[in-house]
Design a protein around this ligand. Sequence first.
Ligand code: TYD
Ligand code: ZN
Length: 404
Amino acid sequence: MNSCRVCGNNLKEFINFGMMPIANSFKKTIQIDEYKFQMSVGFCENCMTVQLINQPDPVKMFHENYAFFSSSSNYMQTHFREFANKVIEDRLLDKKSIVVEIGCNDGILLENFKERKIISVGIEPSKNVARIAEKKGIDVINEFFNENVVNQIVKKFKKADVILSANVICHIPDINSIFSGIKKLLASDGLFIFEDPYLLDIINKNSFDQIYDEHVFLFSAMSVSYLANKNDLELICVQPQKTHGGSMRYTIGHKNAHKIDKSVVNQISLEKTNGLHLFKSYCNFEINILKIKVELINLLKILKSENKTVVGYAATSKSTTLINFFGITSDLLPVIFDTTPNKFNTYSPGANIPILPYSLFHESDPDYVLLFAWNHSEEIMTKEASFMKENRKWILYVPKLQVI
Ligand code: TYD
Ligand code: ZN
């Protein structure tokens, strides 16, 4: 039996992607026998949480050289600045306030609090990104979030006025221990606000590439509400976000400490209208994933037979699922260009497709560009407008296959 990480009930499997590599394991040399894990996804009919059935050891994913730098997109910089400003205004934060972030990465969110002299504590297990946050003057604890970290913070400062997290909570398998830690760390009127890719967007846009080793949970308002309740907390507000192709910002407080916003009831009812409480909706999702697989592979094969050049744009974590599950090899896609320096001149996880610096993209003279960072399509298409005008086309696969 596969047990739900939230409530212990039996998980019902709806898709099995087979053996998948670690999404961010970009390698300096070609590796044939790299580490892989069985990636399948299950739904819990009791608490409504969608989750990976197996997950690799977290140490294999968030380590010394974690390849994801949050500050790699302009849109994300603006998003986090606005997020911080809203929290500061709504909670009237000042120099005496303390904000804690779980998984602060390179400090892209906390730096905005630091600038306003608010005590900013980041918890970040990956050393390389933690060092960058530290250089910004942020107090960084280089560990995974746990009870010991909670005690350290409360002893050194006080309980947190605000606990934040963006694209991190859905990474943590032992989710009840995180929520019980938050229960202890949060001041009596404090708020825990987190964002993660949103299940309803993933289903409606068929953005199945959001499923990879790090994303152990695909949350919804229904499942987060259950999880909060189980840990004597309460979901009090939800606000949809554009980031990562559709995310949700969840605001949580101690039980009965705050008025519950109507957005919670409205969102849960929208989720039910869309069938997120029914196993059969996930079976349909699987059918849609298999359909796009056939369509994209056919297109790449046709383009190859016509001697067209296709290159990949942005070696995202997401692309690892698509490339490996669809069986895309370097003869269909010879190269991917990316702006992240520590991905330059590496090979993609599993498929060993070369990753080259973005500076070489314009010299590559492609006929077609497969956009893996489809969630940044506005920013990227604007940036590349004049280059793409020269008789080149984008290939997009979310929400459906499009050549434009
Ligand atoms: P993101 O969508 O945040 O990816 P993930 O699936 O990993 O969460 O995109 C980040 C990656 O995309 C990162 O490797 C940098 C790359 N990228 C580019 O190469 N060019 C761009 O213009 C943008 C916005 C991202
Ligand atoms: Zn459950």
